[in-house]
Design a protein around this ligand. Sequence first.
Ligand SMILES: Nc1ncnc2c1ncn2[C@@H]1O[C@H](COP(=O)(O)OP(=O)(O)OP(=O)(O)O)[C@@H](O)[C@H]1O
Length: 773
Amino acid sequence: MERLRSELGATDLEKQLELLVVENQRLKQELKSCRSSELQSLDAAAETCSCSRCPHSQDAESLRREVSRWESQARQRERRLAELERELLEKSSRAESLRRQLDESTRQLDDSRRQLEEARRRQKEAEQKLSLRLQECEEELARQAATPPRVKYVTHTVEVESAGSQKALAELQTKNAGLQEQLSVQRQLLRELETQLHESQRTCAQLRTQLLTDRGRLCGFLSKAVGRGNGEMVRRLSKILVYEGEMERAQGQLEAEMQNLEEEKNRVIEEAFIRAEREMKPVHENLAGVRMNLLSLQPALTTLTCDYNCLKRQVQDFPFMLDKAITEAKQEICQVISEVSSTNQELLRKYKREMNLRKKCHNELVRLKGNIRVFCRVRPVSQEEQDSADARTMLSFDSEDDAVLYLSNKGKIMTFELDKVFAPQATQEEVFQEVQSLVTSCIDGFNVCIFAYGQTGSGKTYTMEGVVDDPGINQRALRLLFSEVTEKAPDWDYKITVSMVEIYNETLRNLLGENPTDKLDIKMNPDGSGQLYVPGLTEFTVQSPEDINRVFELGHMNRATACTNLNEHSSRSHALLIITVSGTRFNSATGNRTQGKLNLVDLAGSERIAKSGAEGSRLREAQCINKSLSALGDVINALRSKHSHIPFRNSRLTYLLQDSLNGDSKTLMMVQVSPLPTNMSESVCSLKFAQRVRSVELSSSSSRRHENSSTSSSPTHDSVELDSPPVTPVPLPISRASSAVLKYIKYILEIEATVYKTFPAEIIDGPASAFFL
Ligand SMILES: Nc1ncnc2c1ncn2[C@@H]1O[C@H](COP(=O)(O)OP(=O)(O)OP(=O)(O)O)[C@@H](O)[C@H]1O
């Protein structure tokens, strides 16, 4: 096309034609002037030659006619030439328009090629998408069985995408049809132009023939003019002939050029057609492929549509099914909830009954074990004591029975049997584990006393108060009470109050009061309840472990300010921590209330007066201590022996603790023992005291007393200030382990018998049986 355009742009012929036209104009002018001068000369000759028979006049006449004919012919030719020029212009403009059309067609062809490429690309993409989609659909179909609801979306996607490709295909087909139509219009136009060209060529040939004829004639005239010696005429005629020849040649060249252009145009169009057809072929093939794909997708689409419809129906039905299922489930849940709730109610009722039963059993167990229990704790040998020569320990333990302690004294092995013996390595936690059931029973409304008894330096304060890093029973008990009442908080409102008192030389001091040196008195409560109370005794309500620490700090500070040497003072006075736990049950129609008291007592050192050799104030101190410890022993003895009169009033200590020692109160005596040989006689005294306290109970409990009497030998009584003789421990026989086992079995059977006697069989065989087991 570029080449054609450049060739068409080469307008040499047109330029030549223009030159010829100008030359022609000039010649015409010349001819005109020549003719007028010729005619004038002829006219003049005619005028000069008056003879009518003059041959010249005839010649002139014929020549004139000839000239006029020639003139008319020249005019005709001029017209013809003008026509030819017009035709030429028309044809060139047609050629121009053809060229434009050709350009337009080429552009359209390019456009259509681009569109075809675009369509092919889109087709390819659509194909890829469709093949991917198909693959996905197949995978989805495979998964469909497991997850049927998803097919809906796959089907939907396939439907949407195939509709899109079909739409694109239809659009392309429409465009293609438009292009085909344009092509056929172009072809029609081309055919018309060809017809016109043929027509022009035919006219040209006719004109050429006529021109040849005219030329022949002109040649005749020329020869005649030559013959007549009309040189000017000859010159002019021959010029005309030359011009005509040139015009003819130019015409021929123009025609040849046009022929070439025509051929070139045909060739280009042909090529464009061939190219378009070649390019259209793969498009058609692609289209066919897409159609095939679409056709192959059709069954899958049908299946998917079918599945989709099926799923759609299921989805439509699903809300109703769901509603129905939810309603049914709700009904079932309501039913189950009501069943569970009634079961819960029943369980709660049973639980409460079991709890009461447990409480009763626990109390019974404690009662059977004895409301007064005696433990022994042997303190370890300190670092300084280890370095001294007297570091031998005279105490030994039974690895199979933790209730027995052996003491080697003056070559004799003494055996002491208590409720529990803690070896020196026993930790504060282990000790507390054994006493915590007593502590918690005060939440249930029981009064509890825990005494630390023993000579000075045997570890009483360590057991009761402990050290900062390893607290003793006092702090652990309060922490346990906090955690227990917190657990019961949803049902119970508990209040824990704390008082600290000291009994020194039978004088009661308020350790939490503003003035700790003030003496307190113990009085009968004026409300007529028969309860004792201490007017002016400070009670702190504690709500957290931090409160406990503050109370202890205040107590220690007040105790320290009231004496010159705290260590000495503390070993010669009794320190009492009195914890009261009052509880009220929420929403209780019966208005359940409990009040329990936990008395934690660090007793004064139990050294004998004779040994300490005290005099003056020390003697008085020792006497007071002995008096109160004796009174305590007496009270315990009277309680265990179930005497009608209990001598509480014999000391401030027993009088103050009257409520907590009486009735179904629980008492624990922690007898502290030093392991050193130098302290051995005091240790023996303390252990004898412990043994005697325990033996009092045994004397009231047939089984224990019986067993002990069978295993004990005759005692050598030492100075224990109790009103009944202490039982001296004796070495046990060799079969001690089996005896202990037998004793234990007997003990269990005894408990069992009591439980069966106390409670109906259905309770014991029911859920509570696990507890008994
Ligand atoms: N189980 C033990 N473990 C470690 N050290 C102990 C133990 N028992 C007592 N001690 C130590 O022995 C020493 C004397 O103990 P503690 O002061 O408790 O005796 P005490 O019987 O209270 O004397 P006092 O009658 O003079 O108050 C203390 O240093 C104490 O830390």
